[in-house]
Design a protein around this ligand. Structure first.
Ligand code: DX5
Ligand code: ZN
Length: 212
């Protein structure tokens, strides 16, 4: 069964404690935390201090997605804040191999994310150091964008590249019941969803079931 990682980017930022509780009660598999720096992506969200304050309020794993130009500088703070998985963008990491080592040395799972235009070949020589691959199906920066269809082929290619290794494929951006189905068929293990989880009357379980 595919895992659902709701992105709190679409949650009520004034009420995050309650939102985390609601996610937990609704059967979310993890919490996706979008860290944006206003440089790598145009938007600005939150950093380690906020994540640290959220940590005691749920036992769900924290899946931290770093959309920042210098991820190296904040790895330690993220691990200290309670991140379980730290994902860095390949585009921001000229020394990706070393960065992945550092994430694991901090006791976290290591993820690599690829923008829609970034070819999957960049993963070739670091596969043994990766626990999760995050395929962006929108250009990162904002919630509520439309799914980019070309990424379905990338999911399939990444699945082949992994060749049975213990690496999960996560897809992020524009996930709704229809695109979720296509992603699952292409090989996705985890779906990140903001808009389609945090909508309607607040019945997150129904929204997540629709994606599964
Ligand atoms: C986009 C973020 C996503 C975003 C997804 O840059 O990485 O996690 O919150 O939002 P939706 O599901 O609304 O596309
Ligand atoms: Zn994300």
């Amino acid at each position: 069964m595919v895992k659902i990682a709701p992105s709190i980017l679409s949650a009520d930022f004034a009420n995050l404690e309650a939102e985390l509780k609601a996610l937990e009660e609704s059967g979310a598999d993890m919490v996706h935390l979008d860290v944006m720096d206003g440089h790598f992506v145009p938007n600005l969200t939150f950093g380690a201090p906020v994540i640290k304050k959220l940590r005691p309020h749920t036992s769900l794993p924290f899946d931290v997605h770093l959309m920042v130009t210098n991820p190296e500088a904040m790895l330690e703070a993220m691990a200290d804040a309670g991140a379980d998985i730290i994902t860095v963008h390949a585009e921001t990491a000229p020394h990706l191999d070393r960065l992945l080592d550092e994430i694991r040395e901090l006791g976290c799972k290591a993820g690599v994310s690829l923008n829609p235009s970034t070819p999957e070949e960049v993963l070739n020589y670091v596969l043994e150091k990766i626990d999760q691959i995050l395929i962006m199906s929108v250009n990162p920066g904002f919630g509520g964008q439309s799914f980019i269809e070309s990424q379905l082929e990338k999911i399939q290619r990444v699945k082949e590249l992994i060749a049975g290794r213990d690496i999960e494929i996560e897809v992020d951006g524009g996930i709704n019941p229809s695109t979720a189905k296509s992603c699952i068929e292409a090989g996705a293990d985890i779906l990140v969803a903001g808009t389609s989880v945090f909508r309607g009357e607040g019945d997150y379980q129904e929204n997540m079931d629709a994606l599964r």
